[in-house]
Design a protein. Structure first.
Ligand code: C2E
Ligand code: CA
Ligand code: CA
Length: 601
């Protein structure tokens, strides 16, 4: 407790009865009833009282204010003349404080000194101010308690500073959202409530922005910050009052939804969030598209600690990411064993190469000007001995996480080059040369000797590199732009063509495109396969094709599924098409037969 000493010693109490204190008869500025301080005369004391920088007032047993110094006048806004016509409860006390204040007064008049750390008083303008008060009994020359004296220190500044400090300590500075510690406390409280009150449900949603790192590094941290702030505000708008939105760090946010009745309501919130976050954010004069992967945990699981809730929300979120991002997953107890099963998949994948379980499928890419096959994209397939065909969407993320993508990627490249060499030699299915495109993972692309290794593989295969294409995605080039430009330039110098895959799904597609010497732009299938039903998608496809023409790049539209797509793409002068409308992936033998049959669309 903070105490400050006034310039007079406290006089020992000699009376216990409440004195019959009357109205002040002392001259102006003097303390009432002939009070005599031990350290000087009444007038000296009055002078000191008036000059004190601390707001002070004295009052009698009826609560009437007797003395009021200029510091009090400045603090509360009451003039000495006005306040002296009133009692404490007519001026400073809030109606609800009348009784406690009367009790305080009684104690002073029985000789007690009181300190109140935080007391609310009313100002003349009706506002409330927080003060810390020290109240003492004042004695006359005969040691009778004649009045009480209160000294007040304005605490509103300190209170604000404390609030600021508290916010600072437990809130994220960028977004102003509660931080991890505060979030865990809220979850802890929700767990307590659900234990105490049957049927008290809650849900925790853990969110991670997909590919935020790419936006942050390509557009600059200022734009990245704007994305985080905008995401924070959007999340707040998606929840009910009383729910908690927190930033756990980086691009990870968490929500605590209280008043949830069933899983369905948590799912609805997750869907609302995904919809709202899918609207573009403008930062650095560019539109940035954000998607989010969400892990959901509900109170039903019966956790005992907040950390466990977060851990399981993490597992669910990881799963949402692994199954293609921009999704949500609800945690169930089986997920722990499924996490185990991805470990099993990793072990199986390590053996897959040696056991020849991996194959390449070839999907035709058709020239839209001639209508005939230009070449193929190689798509990896895993023929698992017990699981059957495992899609690359399931195992490529695991291969990337574990680093297995490096040997797997080089295997695919060797396989594709040897097929290309066959199609370029005596085994030619037609006179016109074919192209072969190979997908390169970002993890492979950042290998220090990547260019050298590629060149060696091509050399050993005997293939003519001018018909080899490497497909890379934006994430491969975003992390280290300058080095990536250098690599693309070197690869191109050896005759290889470089394609930018899944174009349109990244954040910053247009800003860097002119800096990269790509040969080919592949429009992501999500735009193409909906271009006949959604005018916005058609507009995007149209813009990308125009851009490709301007930058002198070939355009491949992926996801051509219907004849209407083909007609639209032809009208837009798109160079190439790929999709189920022409054919899906097939093994090398079928691909070769297809070329020999020479279909024309
Ligand atoms: P991607 O590079 O975008 O490959 C195209 C994907 O679209 C393939 O899926 C293909 O089967 C599918 N697709 C083809 N036509 C259509 C269509 O008309 N409509 C729709 N909706 N989809 C179509 P797939 O084979 O499941 O491959 C998925 C992804 O796995 C590929 O996407 C690529 O990112 C990755 N991948 C495949 N093979 C390799 C590889 O050898 N190395 C690496 N690093 N990644 C690979
Ligand atoms: Ca591809
Ligand atoms: Ca693609």
């Amino acid at each position: 407790m903070r105490r400050f000493s006034l310039p007079w010693p406290s006089t020992p109490r000699t009376e216990t009865a409440l004195p019959n204190a009357g109205e002040s008869s002392a001259p102006k500025n003097a303390l009432p009833n002939g009070h005599q301080s031990a350290s000087g005369t009444a007038s000296q004391f009055a002078e000191l009282f008036q000059g004190l920088p601390i707001a002070c007032f004295s009052f009698n047993a009826q609560g009437r204010i007797l003395d009021w110094n200029p510091a009090a006048e400045a603090l509360y806004g009451w003039s000495a003349r006005d306040i002296k016509t009133k009692t404490l409860w007519q001026s400073l006390a809030r109606p609800e404080d009348n009784n406690p204040l009367r009790q305080q007064l009684l104690r002073v008049f029985t000789g007690d000194s009181l300190s109140v750390e935080e007391q609310q008083f009313l100002c003349a303008d009706g506002t409330t101010i927080t003060v810390s008060t020290n109240t003492f009994p004042l004695h006359d020359a005969y040691d009778n308690i004649v009045s009480g004296l209160t000294a007040c220190v304005d605490m509103s500044g300190r209170k604000k500073a404390e609030e600021r400090l508290e916010r600072h300590a437990f809130h994220d500075r960028l977004t102003g959202l509660p931080d991890r510690t505060l979030f865990l406390e809220s979850v802890e409280a929700a767990l307590r409530k659900s234990r105490q009150k049957e049927g008290h449900e809650f849900a925790v949603l853990l969110l991670n922005l997909d590919r935020f790192k790419v936006a942050n590094e390509s557009l600059g941290h200022g734009a990245g910050d704007q994305v985080l702030i905008s995401t924070a505000r959007k999340l707040e708008a998606c929840v009910a009052p009383g729910d908690v939105v927190a930033r756990l760090g980086g691009d990870e946010f968490a929500l605590l939804l209280e008043r949830i009745n069933n899983d369905e309501e948590a799912i609805q919130t997750a869907e609302r969030i995904q919809k709202r976050l899918s609207l573009p954010i403008t930062a650095n004069r560019q539109e940035i598209f954000i998607s989010v992967s969400i892990g959901i945990v509900t109170a039903r699981i019966g956790h005992t600690r907040a950390e466990e809730v977060l851990r399981d929300a993490h597992s669910a979120m990881d799963r949402a990411k692994a199954s293609g991002k921009a999704r949500y997953e609800i945690f169930d107890k089986g997920m722990t064993s499924r996490v185990g099963s991805s470990l099993q998949m990793e072990a199986d994948l390590r053996r897959a190469l040696g056991r020849f379980e991996l194959r390449l499928d070839y999907q035709p890419i058709v020239s839209l000007s001639t209508g005939i096959i230009d070449g193929f994209e190689c798509l990896i397939r895993w023929h698992h001995p017990t699981r059957g065909l495992v899609s690359p969407g399931q195992f490529i993320p695991i291969a990337e996480e574990t680093g297995l993508i490096i040997p797997i990627g080089f295997w695919a490249l060797k396989e594709a080059c040897s097929q290309l060499a066959k199609w370029q030699s005596g085994n030619r299915p037609r006179a016109l040369p074919l192209t072969v495109a190979v997908n390169i993972s970002p993890k492979q692309f950042v290998q220090p000797n990547f260019v050298e290794q590629i060149k060696q593989i091509i050399k050993r295969s005997g293939a003519d590199p001018s018909y080899l294409k490497l497909e890379i995605t934006e994430s491969a080039i975003m992390d280290n732009t300058e080095a990536a430009i250098e690599m693309v330039t070197q690869l191109k110098a050896s005759g290889i063509k470089i394609c930018l895959d899944d174009f349109g799904t990244g954040y910053s597609s247009l800003s860097y495109l002119h800096r990269f010497p790509f040969n080919v732009l592949k429009i992501d299938q999500s735009f193409v396969s909906h271009m006949d039903s959604d005018a916005k998608n058609e507009e995007i496809v149209r813009t990308i094709i125009a851009l490709g023409h301007n930058l002198n790049m070939d355009i491949v539209a992926e996801g051509v599924e219907r004849s209407t797509h083909l007609a639209q793409l032809r009208a837009l002068k798109c160079h190439y098409g790929q999709g189920y409308f022409f054919a899906g992936g097939m093994d090398a033998r079928n691909a070769q037969e297809l070329v020999t049959a020479n279909p024309q669309w």
